[in-house]
Write a protein that binds this ligand. Structure first.
Ligand SMILES: [Cu+2]
Length: 68
């Protein structure tokens, strides 16, 4: 399993963290998603078949892009 943490500055309320957790959690292979309102960090643990590129693409699509 791979765990990544992204900074997502667009997070501004509990609705944002909920949306991110729901949407990213639906990707096949994602084991856990935790979006933190205080730090604006999103920590995601995943296995195949999902890839980091797909996770980042989804975050961009739902308008919560990860910054490097
Ligand atoms: Cu919000």
């Amino acid at each position: 399993m791979t765990t990544v943490t992204y900074s997502v500055p667009a997070i501004h309320c509990a609705h944002c963290t909920h949306t991110i957790e729901m949407e990213v959690g639906e990707l096949q292979g994602v084991q856990s998603v935790k979006a933190d309102l205080e730090t604006k960090n999103v920590t995601i643990s995943y296995d195949a078949p999902v890839t980091e590129d797909e996770i980042k693409a989804l975050l961009t699509e739902i308008e919560y892009p990860a910054v490097a």
